[in-house]
Design a protein around this ligand. Structure first.
Ligand code: AMP
Length: 208
């Protein structure tokens, strides 16, 4: 399969960002992530307000804003790994109207582990690399191993917002996963293993 079109689903903290980047490198396709696109435009004025108003509360940014980002990115891409979208059924319908997917995979991680991963996560403000205060410490505290940038906590990785993001996932995004499952398209991958093991399982799911 050349230039595959891959959809990676799963709750916040499941490892979608890390794995999507690796998959995009491996298959030489675009990494399309609504979370990163919105973070880069947090204070952009839209007719629905700024993305920040929703993101800092752990809520979903309104569909028209997100759909536009995704359509523009997918139109330019031959193959892609889509990460963080669709997050509700209406986005899933929109996606269905603009592209066909080759693989739909969900990463499964237990709830307690998600909360621990998210609240302890630190990200590089320069290159976006992820670390963890306990499980994946950088060589020098506060400094990115990859590029030397400063490590920060995302505004929405505090415990209160994390709980709300997980509630929003259960209410809005779990039905998207069930929808692909009912279509018989969904592959489930255990995301509670080492990043390399998860990556191997993802590769196997895409290139059977
Ligand atoms: P993420 O980096 O994927 O965890 O996304 C961070 C935040 O960006 C989410 O909590 C939402 O506020 C917003 N966001 C990202 N993707 C979407 C989407 N597909 N639909 C609506 N909001 C989104």
């Amino acid at each position: 399969m050349n230039q595959p079109k891959i959809l990676l689903l799963g709750p916040p903290g499941a490892g979608k960002g890390t794995q999507s980047k690796k998959l995009a490198d491996h298959f030489d396709v675009d990494h399309v992530t609504t979370g990163d696109a919105l973070r880069a435009n947090k204070d952009m004025e839209t007719e629905h307000g700024t993305p920040r108003e929703y993101m800092d509360a752990g809520e979903l940014v309104p569909d028209p804003v997100v759909n536009e980002i995704v359509e523009a990115a997918l139109t330019e891409a031959d193959g892609f790994v889509l990460d963080g979208y669709p997050r509700n059924l209406s986005q899933a319908e929109y996606l269905d109207g603009i592209t066909d997917l080759d693989a739909v995979i969900t990463l499964e991680v237990s709830r307690g582990e998600l909360v621990e991963r998210l609240t302890g996560r630190r990200v590089c403000e320069e290159c976006g690399a992820n670390f963890h205060v306990e499980f994946d410490q950088p060589e020098t505290p506060g400094v990115c191993d990859e590029c030397g940038g400063a490590l920060i906590q995302r505004d929405d990785d505090n415990e209160e917002t994390v709980r709300e993001r997980l509630r929003v996932f259960d209410e809005n995004t779990q039905p998207v996963i069930d929808f692909y499952d009912e279509q018989g398209e969904l592959v489930r991958v255990d995301g509670e293993r080492t990043p390399d093991e998860v990556f191997e399982a993802l590769q196997a799911a895409i290139e059977p």
